[in-house]
Ligand binder design. Sequence first.
Ligand code: NDP
Ligand code: MG
Length: 299
Amino acid sequence: MKNIALLGATGSIGSNTVDVVLSNPDKFKIVSLSFYKNVEKGKELIRKLKPLYVAVGSSETAQELAPLFPKVSFGCGVSGLNEAATLSEVDLVLTAVSGSVGLFPTLAAIEKGKIIALANKEALVMGGELVMKAVYRQQISLLPVDSEHSAIFQCLQGQQRKDVSSLLITASGGSFRDLSRQQLEQVTVEQALQHPNWSMGSKITIDSSTMMNKGLEVIEAHWLFDMDYDKIKVVLHRESIVHSMVILKDGAYLAQLGPSDMREPIQFALTYPKRMTIQNARPFDLSEIGSLHFEKMDF
Ligand code: NDP
Ligand code: MG
C-alpha cells in the first residue's frame, strides 16, 4: 500500500489521479489532499477518499469544513500545502497544483524524504536548481508526470546516461497551430481553451495555445534529465501519439507512444518501477491512426 498526498485534487491531473487510485484501492490510499476554490468538489472528494489531512485555499473555508468532517484535520495556504505534503503517513506526493505555489510543498516534501511525482512543472521552471540540489542531497526519486517527460523517463530505463545524445520533445501545437500571424490577432480565450488533443486545466491549455507550455517543458527537461539546452529539440507532432523521444549516440531513436490519456504517466509514477493494467484503457490502434507526422517548428 502506497500512501499518497494529492496536491491539487480538484484539478484535471488531480481527477485522473483519483481515478487511478480508486481503481486500485488495495495498492494506493490518498491520506492527504489539497484544493483551492472548488469547495463543492473538494467536499465530495473528502467524503469519497476519507483523508487524514486537507489543505484548502482560505482559513474561512477551513473553518467552514472542520465541523462537517470532525475526523479530518484542516490547514490552509502554503503552510497547509506543506503540511499535507509532509505528513508522516505520506510515502509519495503528487504535485498537481497549478502555478508557482507548487514549489514550496515540493521542496518541503523532498526535505522529508518523500517520493515526488511531479506534475507541477512550474516548480522546476522557477526553482530547478534548488529542487534538484535537494533531490540529490536527500537521495529521493523525482518521477515525472508530464507526458513528454514521462515518455523520456520511460525511454531512458535501461540506458546509460553517457549514451544519450539528445532529447526530442513532441508538441501538438495547441489550439492555434494552423493559424497565420494575421489570424492570431482575432483569437479569443474561448478558442484558446479548445485544445485539439488533450483535456487539461485552463492555465496549461492557454500555455499550449501560445506554445509557452513547450518552453516550460524544455526547461523542465533540462533540470529533470540534466541535459544542456542545445540538446533538447522540439518537433511539431499533431497526432500526440509519440509522447517524446530519446536519441542515443549511435543514432538510435527511442520513442514512447500511446493514447492521449494522462492516467498512463500518472499511474507509471505511482507504480514505478512496476507496471499495472490500466482500467478502462482508451482504444488505441496504430493501423487505424495510419500515419504519424513530424514537422519543423516555425516561429
Ligand atoms: P487545473 O487547473 O485543472 O487544477 C489545478 C489544481 O490546483 C486545482 O486543484 C486547484 O484547486 C489548485 N490550485 C490552483 N491554484 C492554487 C493555489 N494558488 N493554491 C493552491 N491550490 C491551487 O490544472 P491541471 O490539473 O491541468 O494542472 C496541474 C499541474 O499539472 C500544472 O502545473 C500543469 O502544468 C501540470 N500538467 C498538467 C497536465 C494536464 O494534462 N492537465 C499535463 C502535464 C502537466 P481548485 O480547483 O479547488 O481551485
Ligand atoms: Mg506536457
